[in-house]
Design a protein around this ligand. Structure first.
Ligand code: SF4
Length: 617
């Protein structure tokens, strides 16, 4: 590597070399690199250099928009060495100046696409979008302004100078950019991908794909392939028909059909507390019975026609082109035509009742990366990497690399306690186990360090809180249905005054918040956070047992996610070389994770904590 913009941090040079080797050999590589190594630049710098030397391009896929900005910021560090362009690809909604001007907020991407299409042609009422016209008039001048990496804000500012559409500017810039930074969905969603390939002129055989926070990829891909019909959509469809009029075919009236669907969904979910498997044929049988001798495809066609007419009418009136009837029609059509072996059907209750077309296997989506010249997957918590590989790849065997934390290992000490557990079968017959767990937690809280206690579920948290516990000092509790304001308020107070906070794995705290600089000094994991054995999980087990090595199913579906959650939770305390923290895993099953989390058996909590914090580093 010729150029690197910073002084190398520990293990960063090794990481750069691993990327270079993979690129030289056109390989795919999976890398686990903990916080502090500086993984973004370690991957970006050699990739940009290789791409520019070999007439290739880099596609950097992120999970969120804010991560995109971080990547562009790092790319800017390289502009002193190379002449290259970047583009932050984001949705029309984020870039559209017309939306900002008209203050429309409640609009889906699909609806905005339709609206924009119409506004580019214009009609008597709305005319042509002036931002689009200005883009067309000044495209040449605007493009001349982009000769080095730009952030989202810079792209918007330049577009505004010409009163031009930033979305069109971004599209045009992406065809010339050497580094394209975009969220996962733009690459993995077939429909969007086709459009993106059109603008960017990407040739996969000459593209290096970087996947950031790669541990999210399998679940992201599952969600992308799955689809839900919710009670809310049915209610909105009924409202839509009431205000815009119904339509009918033979004896079937759309409004009655919606009411029937509501009844069916109510019936299907009445005894369900979480989720239940749905027999697709049984469900379609119920629908067909209602339709008598009518063909269900004719009814779907009726719904589709209704939706198209309504959307045109709404567009002409300057309204959002939305139809809930259309959404339901599309869902039924997908249900009827989908016949892949990993597709299952679930009914359940979340915020409301739903039917879901559940796609178990992420690989039809994730394996698209195999077509790239090379792909680089990075994350702070990917281990066990081979489980990730078997969930994501189909025909390629990628390289695997793991780097240690650059921070002093003595700054994080983890203990496990071996006489308690939250294992369902055990607490069912021995309630004392949870009482003992409550005692341990009280003892730790009483040591008066800033403490985060994470429970595998809100249910376990509630059960443990039924026991008499010590809550000395400030105490906070994350609740399942807390509003964002309540939650923010709680976090602000905790960060300011410290104390103890109770939260659940899967809640907002464990999902992605950092608490460095001693904001959390002790993390207690009150039970191994295995995924709940819901019907959804049972379906996945069945499928994976058919498709994978039977002996690996538990590891892939239960053990790996639990390891990742625990490592993430413990890692939240340590975000710099000065941070120190101690972790307690209150569960006798913890020992089986010691290959992935370095830990010792706890003998005397009070002493251990005292000794740990007495040592000044
Ligand atoms: S052309 Fe641009 S500004 Fe106009 S509606 Fe479409 S996205 Fe919005």
């Amino acid at each position: 590597m010729r150029n690197f913009p910073y002084k190398f941090r520990p293990y960063q040079r090794e990481m750069v070399r691993s990327v270079e080797d993979a690129l030289k050999n056109g390989k795919h590589i999976i890398m686990e690199a903990p916080t502090g190594i500086g993984k973004t630049i370690a991957v970006l710098a050699p990739s940009i250099e290789f791409a520019l030397d070999n007439d290739m391009r880099v596609l950097y896929l992120t999970r969120t928009n804010s991560q995109q900005e971080q990547v562009i910021k790092e790319a800017k560090q390289l502009e002193k060495y190379y002449k290259f362009k970047t583009v932050p690809v984001m949705g029309r909604k984020t870039y559209c100046l017309y939306l900002k001007e008209t203050k429309i907020i409640d609009i889906t991407n699909e609806e905005l696409t339709e609206m924009c299409k119409k506004l580019k042609i214009g009609n008597e009422k709305s005319g042509i979008c002036r931002y689009y016209l200005n883009f067309q008039n000044y495209e040449y001048d605007i493009m001349k302004r982009f000769d080095s990496p730009v952030t989202f804000d810079e792209l918007i500012d330049i577009s505004k100078e010409y009163d031009a559409c930033p979305y069109e500017v971004m599209k045009s810039l992406s065809s010339q950019s050497h580094l394209i930074v975009m969220p996962y969905i733009y690459y993995f969603n077939d429909f969007i991908n086709e459009i993106i390939v059109g603008w960017t002129k990407i040739d996969l055989s000459k593209t290096i794909i970087i996947i950031d926070e790669a541990h999210n990829l399998p679940d992201f891909a599952r969600e992308l392939r799955s689809e839900r019909l919710t009670m809310k959509t049915i209610t909105m469809a009924e409202r839509e028909i009431k205000s815009h009029g119904s339509d009918s075919l033979n004896n079937l009236n759309l409004i009655d059909f919606m009411a029937y669907l509501r009844e069916v969904l109510n019936d299907l979910t009445k005894d369900v507390s979480e989720d239940k498997r749905l027999d697709k044929n049984e469900f379609l049988g119920i629908i067909e019975k209602y339709l008598h001798n009518m063909d269900i495809f004719d009814v779907i066609h009726l719904m589709d026609r209704y939706a198209e007419e309504l959307k045109l009418l709404k567009l002409a009136n300057g309204e959002i082109p939305r139809s809930y009837v259309g959404r339901i029609g599309k869902f039924l059509e997908k249900m009827l035509t989908e016949d892949k072996k990993d597709i299952f059907y679930i009914v359940g209750k979340d915020i409301g009742s739903y039917i879901e077309i559940f796609a178990v296997d992420p690989r039809p989506i994730t394996s698209k990366i195999e077509k790239a010249y090379s792909s680089i997957h990075i994350s702070g918590t990917l281990n066990p990497i081979n489980d990730y590989v078997s969930t994501v790849f189909t025909s390629v065997k990628p390289e695997e690399k793991q780097f240690p934390s650059p921070f002093p290992s003595e700054n994080l000490k983890v203990y496990y306690v071996k006489d308690v557990t939250t294992k369902y079968e055990e607490i069912l017959i021995n309630e004392k186990l949870l009482e003992k767990m409550a005692d341990y937690i009280s003892k730790i809280i009483d040591l008066k360090h800033n403490t985060l206690v994470l429970f595998p579920s809100y249910r376990i948290m509630d059960k443990i809180m039924e026991f008499d516990m010590q809550y000395s000092g400030y105490f906070y509790r994350e609740k399942q249905n807390m509003s964002q304001t309540e939650f923010n308020d709680m976090i602000t107070k905790f960060r300011r005054y410290g104390g103890t906070i109770f939260a659940s794995f899967g809640g907002r705290i464990s999902e992605g918040m950092d608490f460095p600089n001693g904001q959390i000094e002790i993390t207690v994991i009150a039970g191994i956070p295995y995924p709940k054995p819901t019907e959804r999980m049972k379906i996945m087990e069945e499928y994976y047992e058919r498709e994978f090595d039977k002996n690996k199913v538990f590891d892939i579906l239960y053990k790996s996610p639990a390891i990742r959650k625990m490592r993430q939770a413990l890692g939240r305390m340590i975000r710099s070389e000065k941070d120190r923290g101690i972790g307690y895993i209150l569960d006798k099953r913890a020992k089986s994770f010691s290959k992935y989390i370095k830990m010792s058996e706890s003998k005397n909590i009070e002493e251990e904590v005292k000794n740990f914090f007495e040592v000044k580093i």
